[in-house]
Design a protein around this ligand. Sequence first.
Ligand SMILES: [Zn+2]
Length: 489
Amino acid sequence: MSGDSVEPLVTAVQPLGTGTIIGLEIHCQLNTRSKLFCGCSTDYRDDPPNTHVCPICLGLPGALPRVNRAVIEYALRVAKALHCEVPLESEFARKNYFYPDLNKAFQITQYDRPLAVRGTLLIEGDNGEKEVGITRVHVEEDPGRLVHKGGTDRPKYSLVDYNRAGIPLIEIVTDPDLRSPKEARRFLHKIRATLEYLGVFDSEKEGSLRVDANVSIQGGERVEVKNITSYKGVEKALTFEVTRQRGVIRRGQRVTRETRHFVEARGVTTSSRSKEEEQDYRYFPEPDLRPMRVRDWSDAIVLPELPDARRTRFITQYGCSPEHARTLTGELRIAEFFEQVADPGAPATATWVADTLIGELNYREMSVSSVPSSYFRELMQALSKGEVTDHCAVEVLRSLLDQLHAKGTCESPLACVARLGLGKAGEEIAATVAAEVICENERAVADYHSGKNEAFNFLIGQVMRKTKGRADPAALNRALKEALDMRGE
Ligand SMILES: [Zn+2]
């Protein structure tokens, strides 16, 4: 790595959006049951290395690939959802290069005759809704995976696992239409939602998404940033890169055309020495596979409801605000969860899911799929019946999520309400007892108000004695404090 590879982060003099041009290349693993060119299972993540392999995906001599129809069906769904044109004929190509994770020394991909071209995707841009052009959509195989022992910086040795070799990938290339790192993130979220609604992609699987980005500042050279592997990473990597390029220009230097790698742990991009040019790959049509004619097939595909349509429906069917509808439909799991818990008798549910639940989940880095919808519905019903206050419902929700986070299961909301004494009935008992104790112990109350903390302990002891331990200490504590403070005012 050369000395100038990490540029210091300088303060941007202009907003990051100004004059920034970004295009993305997105690779997503399609969640078919078997691999692209063989019958090996794609469900490899929890299994030992090299157990999902066969002569085809190991590239043994004489083994011939056969195209998995489901992969093409999935890819055509994506192409259609992105309003792409499907050419009459497309074909696979060989991309030749050597790397230990690529056992055949070539990758079967698509080159000059991709499956689909010229599409669009509507996103929430920096200045309202905008259409982002899709240059192309094509299908290719994933290489294997290298496991570096002893750290990625200076590994002692590396092992190769071919379980991933031949997993179907879809590559989506955008036009250079994105104008800020934030727009790039929004685009990626929209792509993720669209692919999940189509039932072709599972974003929760580790390593199922990889992004390369082309970034330039108006008038400058284009820099390719590789190795972005998370949704959060996209905005971080691009913000760093745009700021770096602005710094270069501000110092009167030129941005050079290069490939850089995003180092997620440090949040920086570093110059990469690999300088392969397109001609180095010596692409040629894959001789073992015939060209595909799939336009009729594509025309016959009927798409499911997509995020934009569902957003409109949530507004009309559930009375959601446009902002809530956008949040609730931005991820398939959240949209489905909301439809399971939405209740015409509890209109506040949209706010609870979109604002409270998602916030609490993000805080704990949890997915909505770990929350039992029946429990959430029970909590919303208790709330709409007035059995718990808003404040107490948040307490219950937090307690349930903490339990789910720690052990994957939780008690029912009503059990939680009872245990924590958060029900309105429990609060009322606590308040009555606290008032009684205050009347019967005037000296201790006076001591408390003159600042003696031991007086509070004495009073809480009296409250406990009266309730014989059946009420929740926290609720009693709260009730006593409130009653005392009211007297003190
Ligand atoms: Zn195989």
